[in-house]
Design a protein around this ligand. Structure first.
Ligand code: PMP
Ligand code: GLU
Length: 393
């Protein structure tokens, strides 16, 4: 079988494949706790599910227009106005099958072989591979815990060269929870204003899972001057516990949105019509469910970070949002004489029955990612097992 070169440039998503492995082990009768995938453990709120049932009853089971139903686009425009004080027109919005497809469409529409894309790391597993798929090269900028895992203006300036075409920033960040403040964005914008050809994809998918000292601020809210070259990506998966519904969206300059819409018209066409109806209910309905879930995640974070810091050789700083903890385990690797985070993850899965994701998948070796989108009892059991494993080794 001859496969295309482009497939050989990428790897399967580590978060998705480790979770599939955990499910397989479980189906074989092994007692596995999966803290590997990033999805809320809560059910989708009832009023959202009811809106989907109503859509089915109304016969909304056909294709929609490619870029998203007009009502959903209005709901998205209203969301950007309400949450981010951003004004968009309908032709600046595209609805896709998840924020993942929004990022994917954007990379395909913007990048050529030879282009470079700056990605601050630790970063979501999919960005570097989406970039590679286009023939462009990800340029990973390693951030430090001392700077709150955020890229500084100096780091950005140092990474830019003639080939730089795009910057991809995710705030709050998967996997660290690092969140760029208005001042952080302004500092980065100063550099970007010197380089007008650089386009920015900002992934705000964890916007509402944020509990930093300052309110969440989207890049464009802080720096409207960058308007012509920013794509703001968001979605309903994390905010409304809707990962399986597959609805994401983005807002940006019309020529880019048009190009992405053309690409999508030749791939998935539109996001599921029923899910689009559910997303309207999510965005326009009572937002109390969002605050409830956020409060629970924040509580769990305190608990998980405290327990992780009690494990020998684990050092975890709490992020400002998302539902991941990302402990630095380099000291544990040294003490245990384990080669790397990938091996440690394999051992924790095999011996403690807990599925985590190695930091290497996030371009940050020497770390582990634990998703605390699981109930307190499950988290306690997982941390007990990890403690036992580390002490008896
Ligand atoms: N961006 C980030 C940073 C994520 O963690 C995820 C999680 N899958 C996504 C985008 C994509 O989310 P979805 O496709 O479910 O909207
Ligand atoms: N974004 C989530 C994660 O990082 C879901 C899986 C994926 O799409 O990568 O686990």
């Amino acid at each position: 079988m001859r496969l295309a070169q482009r497939v050989q440039r990428i790897r399967p998503s580590a978060t998705v494949s480790i979770t599939a492995l955990a499910a397989k082990l479980r189906s074989e009768g092994k007692d596995i706790i999966a803290l590997s995938v990033g999805e809320p453990d809560f059910p989708t709120p009832e009023h959202i599910c009811a809106a989907a049932c109503d859509a089915i009853k109304r016969g909304e089971t056909k294709y929609t227009v490619v870029d998203g139903s007009p009502d959903l686009k209005q709901a998205i425009i209203e969301k950007f106005r309400r949450d981010n004080e951003l004004a968009f027109e309908p032709d600046q919005i595209l609805v896709s099958c998840g924020a993942k497809q929004a990022c994917f469409n954007a990379c395909l529409a913007l990048l050529e072989a030879g282009d470079e894309v700056i990605v601050p790391a630790p970063c979501w597993v999919s960005y570097p591979d989406m970039v590679r798929l286009t023939g462009a090269e990800p340029v990973i900028v390693h951030t430090s815990a001392e700077h709150g895992h955020k890229m500084t203006a100096e780091q950005l300036r140092g990474a830019i060269n003639e080939a730089t075409r795009v910057l991809i920033v995710n705030s709050p960040c998967n996997p660290t929870g690092a969140t760029y403040t208005r001042a952080d964005w302004n500092a980065l914008a100063e550099v970007l204003l010197d380089h007008p050809r650089i386009f920015v994809i900002t992934d705000d998918i964890y916007e509402h899972l944020h509990w930093g000292a300052e309110p969440f601020c989207s890049l464009l809210s802080a720096c409207p001057d960058l308007g012509a070259r920013v794509l703001t990506v968001n979605g309903v998966s994390k905010t409304y516990a809707m990962t399986g519904w597959r609805v994401g969206y983005c807002a940006g300059p019309v020529p880019l949105i048009n190009a992405m819409t053309t690409l999508q018209s030749q791939s998935t066409t539109n996001a599921c019509s029923i899910s689009q109806a559910a997303a309207i209910a999510a965005l326009t309905g009572d937002q109390a469910c969002v605050a409830e879930m956020r409060a629970e995640f924040q509580d769990r974070q305190s608990f998980v970070v405290e327990r992780l810091n009690e494990l020998p050789g684990f050092h975890c700083r709490p992020g400002d949002g998302s539902f991941y903890a990302f402990p630095d385990v380099r000291e544990a690797l040294d003490t245990l004489a384990v080669n790397d985070d990938v091996t440690l993850c394999e051992q924790i899965l095999a011996e403690a029955g807990v599925a985590l994701v190695p930091g290497t998948a996030f371009s940050a070796p020497g770390h582990l990612r634990l998703s605390f989108a699981a109930d307190r009892k499950t988290l306690t059991k997982a941390l007990d097992r990890m403690g036992d494993f580390l002490e008896t080794r």
